[in-house]
Design a protein around this ligand. Structure first.
Ligand SMILES: [Zn+2]
Length: 363
């Protein structure tokens, strides 16, 4: 229910933020068609949409299914994180970091899906969540505070920029195409800062798999809807990829966080990127996605959300695979059994001792 309530707020973010509207003004929600102020009974997460059958109570205009879907999805994701870090394991700081990050990623999925853009503010928020979580880990001197001799969030930040910017750079160099949107690079940086390098890399792998499977299905579906004339017209549009110099300058800016500092000091952003970070694109409302365009952002965000829900299982899975692939599985198993045997089990438990996992439970 908490997640669904946050999902209700995310619906406000998804609508207002890319349109340059304030999140706090107007303070109350209104129906965009009849302008009627919505009451508390219209704003109960999940239930209001169902009770009103997806229509405005006052003018009967259809309320998009997105409102229900975002609330439900955020609720499910938060329930999974809650289960993992409050019930199976007592790691509430990580739960809070993952809940905040997954909420931001949910907003990204829908904004990028609809408008092919990712607001810089959300990418900056992701980075802040990662940095705050890492500072907490330092305060309790957690062994996870550092990776490769540097703060884990910084290591993840570097990995995120390196992998996504690297793909963009190679795609531009080898194929002369814009292989990756800049928003994706900034998002990957935030994902790395929150999830740290190992889990972030797993989430990027998940994104590629999800993108391949769902993306192909999406293109096929869009192609069947589009007339052949439309497809031809799109293919004939002149294509001018970004210059390598611009890609290098932007990439370096993301590495040192110019786009984040620039949100607070706009002249810096304008000087570096040549545009205002809060400017709303002119063609926002008329923009129609191409019939064959697949945004990678939603898959990147979805992969990271799945990683927040199942990080332990994913890391365990990769570990198991590596052990199996390198043939070291037996050795690790034996070490574990020897360690857990030492406290001296009760005789009634001996029957379970053959397996290292059950031994731990008994002791
Ligand atoms: Zn209405």
């Amino acid at each position: 229910m908490l997640g669904a309530t946050i999902g209700s707020f995310l619906n406000v973010v998804i609508y207002r933020m890319p349109r340059g509207m304030s999140l706090s003004e107007p303070r109350h929600s209104i129906c965009p068609k009849c302008r009627h102020r919505l009451s508390g009974a219209d704003l109960i997460p999940l239930f209001s949409w169902l009770m009103l059958a997806g229509k405005c109570r006052y003018c009967q205009v259809k309320v998009p299914g997105r409102y229900f879907a975002v609330e439900l999805f955020t609720g499910v994701v938060w329930a999974a994180i809650w289960n993992q870090y409050f019930i199976n394991d007592a790691d509430w700081p990580r739960a809070i970091a993952y809940m905040a990050a997954s909420a931001a990623l949910v907003a990204i999925i829908w904004i990028d899906w609809e408008l092919y853009l990712i607001p810089d503010q959300i990418n900056a928020f992701l980075a802040f969540v990662g940095i705050a979580y890492n500072i907490y880990l330092y305060s309790v001197n957690s062994p996870f505070k550092e990776t490769w001799g540097m703060p884990s969030a910084l290591a993840g930040w570097l990995v995120g920029v390196a992998v996504l910017w690297g793909i963009a750079f190679l795609g531009r160099l080898l194929f002369g195409k814009d292989a990756m949107g800049h928003g994706d690079i900034k998002m990957a940086r935030g994902i790395g800062a929150v999830l740290f390098p190992a889990v972030a890399l797993i989430s990027f792998g998940l994104a590629v798999v999800l993108g391949a499977v769902l993306g192909i299905a999406q293109v096929l579906w869009l192609r069947t809807r589009a007339t052949s004339a439309e497809v031809e017209e799109e293919d004939e549009e002149p294509y001018v990829p970004e210059s390598l110099g611009s890609l290098l300058k932007c990439g370096f800016g993301y590495l040192i966080g110019i786009d984040i500092i620039g949100l607070f000091y706009v002249p810096l952003y304008e000087k570096w990127y040549g545009e205002n970070p809060y400017a709303v694109p002119d063609d926002l409302e008329t923009f129609e996605a191409g019939n064959t365009m697949i945004p990678f952002g939603p898959y990147l965000a979805l992969g990271a959300i799945v990683a927040t829900m199942f990080s332990q299982q994913l890391v365990q899975g990769v570990d198991n695979y590596l052990n199996w692939a390198t043939g070291r599985r037996v050795e690790i198993h034996r070490e574990k059994s020897a360690g857990t045997l030492s406290p001296g089990p009760r005789s009634s438990d001996v029957g379970l001792m053959s397996c290292g996992v059950t031994t731990e439970l008994c002791v």
